[in-house]
Write a protein that binds this ligand. Structure first.
Ligand code: FAD
Length: 284
């Protein structure tokens, strides 16, 4: 289908984009890579009168080192994030997640910030951002604020970004030297995950010293598998120990039922995919 008619602006600065948002209020919508918004417009699930394109704002692109964190600009395309050496060195969980996100065309158009702002519960970046303790930098007319990942994902397709605000960058605390793996369960290549698990672990002297595990598509937002994390600490990274810990991956989850599988199937998958993700992250 063809979207309803809309006006279009492409401001050159965040300030101008914020001014356009303030002027048009509920009638405006931001567009980043358009990979999620355009299908929504074409299906006429939304019909904004004004589209504000962030594509000309150079300050929103790129990856930089900022001491204890790496900072990813909201408009940085997935393909750039996925091949960035800083990301690979200090947050390799993100590199692994981007590798299997959609197909090459979408990875070249879609943006890191757009995917996180869209907050699809099946999106591949939410769980990695959550487990790495990302901070979201959000700018509005009143200034800039930082929101912790724990508070960023509010509900299905809902984040802490206000209607008059823009996500400008995402700060990822460095996890240099941690093992990481993103295990995505799909029926066919390039599909959204039925269930996926983001795992990053620090192994010390043959045992798991620290573990962070997150679940994709096991609720209306990405979830931390805190029971699994607790159970892993102090354990050797053996098949048996990890299998026992992974049994706790369904705690606190509320998976959907759809044509790809019902909630019970997803609960079963979560235990299997968690075991695979943790063992791979630990180098097993
Ligand atoms: C066929 C297909 C398959 C896909 N498969 C996957 C997959 O397997 N895994 C996966 O994770 N994703 C997948 N995607 C989605 C892809 O990752 C998109 O790139 C992403 O969801 C949206 O990013 P975007 O830059 O295109 O944002 P847009 O589509 O431009 O925007 C998405 C939403 O976020 C808002 N927004 C965007 N940027 C900002 C900002 N800086 N501040 C505030 N609000 C903002 C927009 O207003 C809009 O509501 C797929 C998409 C398609 C079309």
């Amino acid at each position: 289908m063809i979207p309803a008619a809309f006006d279009y602006v492409a401001p050159a600065s965040v300030e101008d984009a914020l001014a356009a948002l303030a002027e048009h209020g509920d009638d405006a919508k931001i567009i980043a890579g358009g990979q999620s918004l355009l299908p929504v417009l074409r299906m006429r699930l939304n019909a904004p009168e004004m589209i504000i394109d962030l594509g000309r704002i150079e300050s929103l692109r790129g990856v930089r080192d900022d001491g204890d964190a790496i900072v990813i600009g909201a408009m940085t395309p997935h393909a750039v994030v996925g091949s960035d050496p800083l990301v690979a060195e200090h947050a390799s969980l993100i590199t692994k997640a981007v590798e299997h996100l959609a197909d090459a065309q979408i990875r070249h158009r879609g943006t890191f910030g757009g995917a996180l702002a869209h907050a699809d519960p099946a999106g591949d970046l939410g769980a990695p951002a959550l487990v790495l303790g990302a901070e979201f930098v959000i700018q509005g007319a009143g200034g800039t604020r930082r929101v912790a990942a724990d508070d960023f994902f509010v509900d299905l397709f809902e984040t802490a970004i206000g209607e008059d605000e823009i996500l400008t960058e995402v700060r990822i605390p460095k996890h240099t030297g941690w093992g990481a793996h993103y295990e995505k369960f799909v029926r066919v290549a390039h599909q959204w995950p039925i269930v996926a698990v983001a795992a990053t672990v620090r192994v010390d002297g043959g045992a798991i010293a620290e573990a962070r595990v997150g679940l994709t598509n096991m609720g209306s937002t990405p979830l931390r598998a805190r029971g699994v994390e607790e159970a892993l600490v102090g354990q050797p990274a053996t098949e048996d120990a990890v299998r026992a810990a992974a049994a706790r991956s369904t705690e606190g989850t509320n998976p959907p039922s759809d044509l790809n599988g019902d909630a019970d199937y997803r609960r079963h998958l979560a235990t299997v995919v968690t075991r695979r993700a943790v063992l791979a992250a630990a180098g097993g």
